[in-house]
Ligand binder design. Structure first.
Ligand SMILES: Nc1ncnc2c1ncn2[C@@H]1O[C@H](COP(=O)(O)OP(=O)(O)OP(=O)(O)O)[C@@H](O)[C@H]1O
Ligand SMILES: [Mg+2]
Length: 212
């Protein structure tokens, strides 16, 4: 496998769709099958920028909306050297939320165009596969109460979902919509199979640049 790059696989979807559950499971299954795979998540709360974002999400800090959007993007950019290094070493990265969440959540706010929201993330490593875990908001509600973080409410999630739908109409990206209302095991199996295919394909082609 020397010289083969890893695949960049992103999990997106509304709150409680199962991104974290599936991300962990996918990495475990890929490793068990002999791949090198690791999990990343955004926001990455451990960095200085990540700590600011964590405090903002916990509603302990107020930040201006444009400014916080750029900080979420910066939090992805600061991981790019690591992402590129891992991929080039042949490690497949499974990422729990990425630029699409960043864009969907800001453009769900008043007076933010999708186009403006995409700008700072242009040129990030382009995912080889984006798994959108599709779940009706009413079904998500059966998976427990909303948490107490910012953005965790029904109206906001609905607006964000509309933005995700606009982003998914972009045919330059490899979106796969997965029915996240199925059992954890069935969703996992579908995601695992899609990921195995994309790992083979990604090894043959260079990493792309998002929205370029
Ligand atoms: N397919 C499923 N069927 C039923 N329950 C599920 C399924 N997948 C996940 N869950 C449960 O739903 C809850 C939310 O799952 P998880 O934390 O993985 O979602 P998430 O998309 O990461 O949410 P968030 O956006 O809030 O981080 C958890 O209690 C999890 O056990
Ligand atoms: Mg999660």
């Amino acid at each position: 496998m020397a010289g083969r790059r890893g695949a960049l696989i992103v999990l997106e979807g509304v709150d409680r769709a199962g991104k974290t559950t599936q991300g962990r499971r996918l990495v475990a299954a890929l490793c068990a099958a002999g791949h090198r795979a690791e999990l990343l998540r955004f926001p990455e709360r451990s960095t200085e920028i990540g700590k600011l974002l964590s405090s903002y999400l916990a509603k302990k800090t107020e930040l201006e909306d444009h400014s916080v959007h750029l900080l979420f993007s910066a939090n992805r950019w600061e991981q790019v050297p690591l992402i590129k290094a891992k991929l080039s070493q042949g490690v497949t990265l499974v990422v729990d939320r990425y630029a699409f969440s960043g864009v969907a959540f800001t453009s769900a706010k008043e007076n933010f165009s999708l186009d403006w929201c995409k700008q700072p993330d242009i040129g990030l490593p382009k995912p080889d596969l984006i798994l959108f875990l599709q779940l009706q908001l009413v079904d998500a509600a059966t998976r427990g109460e909303f948490g107490h973080e910012r953005y965790e409410n029904g109206t906001f999630q609905e607006r964000a979902l509309l933005c995700f739908q606009q982003l998914m109409s972009d045919k330059t990206l490899n979106w796969k919509v997965v029915d996240a209302s199925k059992s954890i095991e069935d969703v996992h199996e579908e995601i695992r199979a899609l990921s195995e295919d994309v790992i083979l394909c990604a090894a043959q082609r260079p990493l792309g640049e998002l929205w370029k």
